[in-house]
Design a protein around this ligand. Sequence first.
Ligand code: FAD
Length: 414
Amino acid sequence: MSPDEQLPPATHDTPVLVVGAGPVGLAAALALRALGIPVTVLEARPRDAQRPGSRALYVHRSSLRLLEQAHPGLGREMADFGTVWHARRTLYRGREVYARTYPPASGTGLPPFTSLRQIDTERFLRDAAESAGARIEWDAEVRAVAASSKAVQVTAADGRQWTAQYVVAADGARSAVRRCAGIELGGSRAEGFHVVIDVANGPQVRPAIRELHYAHPRAGGRHVLTVPFTGGFQIDLQCKEDDPVEKFTDRDVLQRWLPRMIGCREAIGDLMWVSRYRFLQVLADRFTDGTGRVLLAGEAAHLFPPFGARGMNSGIADADAAATAIALALSAVSAERGRAAVEAYARDRRAAAVDNSAAVGAALSHLRPAGKLAQAKIETAGRLAPWVPRLGEWLERAPYGPRTTHRRRSGPGY
Ligand SMILES: Cc1cc2nc3c(=O)[nH]c(=O)nc-3n(C[C@H](O)[C@H](O)[C@H](O)COP(=O)(O)OP(=O)(O)OC[C@H]3O[C@@H](n4cnc5c(N)ncnc54)[C@H](O)[C@@H]3O)c2cc1C
């Protein structure tokens, strides 16, 4: 045994640890720094490892606002980098049933949304968090978490240890922190699977239009959603349970088949990502542990299918609320008051997640109708929409779920 191995692992004390440098962990670190609280982020990946898969594109104005408040200029910078499309179309069996174009936003306010790849969002957040003084420890995979009423001790796979007063668990769907805290997840898995393809583009390939096809005739009657983002566009193909996965994920097959399906002006260029997803709709039983020292945020606490873009957006709202609760708890005059701030966080954000889950559930049952009646309703709307515009509007909006507002907030909130 070397002399180093005989030593106990180093312990680093910090008021707050955030586990996970995904978008939610980084947003939490930014919100904590904005409140003057020192924070260390522990991330399992090496600094420059690119994350696989295609994920969030759509960032709502409410998230841009929160990020702008936490780090002035950040929301604006992301909005300027992202794509705001000015046209939306919905088609049923190849026939247009809804179309809108919007004039480009005037003024200097934040746009209603912006569309950029999640890796770009994470790059903006990471640069901002580091410049705001958040410390990020890469290669720090958390394996063990032991919380008491006074502190939390966190141990990484390589034996390093940290002690903090509070921990934000933002370590995603398979959260080790949630597992160590003994918090269960409950919910269901959506039927079938989706193939999500990111295609590198220039406007020469496709204009920046968001297009939703119900029963696309050139996709064997499957639903297809095409969403622009800066540098390309994403195709979401809703597959059937018994579809052969290989056929829809093989790059050579896709190169031949996609241009015709999406009406590209030129041959499709680089396929940046091809991923297959089965979507889960699950919630953690509680958003804090029994000691009130561990707060769950983002996908460590809830998983939604992406319709309505509620996953990362509601995670950013969690991050902001967790930072506020921790600031209140750190300055509380008594342990009870501190605990109450964390409990309020857990209650409030779980209620928001329940609302989001219900909204996504409505979107899912629209896109994958279970019964003949629901299916017939869509078919009838599709046929009549050219004469009854409100039916086209319904077909356009229903796949995103109702625009619920979280009951404790005014305006759209996630
Ligand atoms: C196809 C698709 C499209 C989507 N579109 C949208 C959209 O348009 N808008 C939207 O709002 N959401 C969308 N989402 C959801 C969004 O991608 C997620 O909600 C978001 O990634 C969750 O962020 P997170 O930080 O909670 O978790 P993650 O992004 O999973 O990040 C967790 C981080 O923790 C790290 N980690 C894990 N375990 C440990 C450990 N033990 N120790 C240390 N670090 C650890 C991971 O390496 C990772 O960096 C989409 C998802 C999919 C799949």
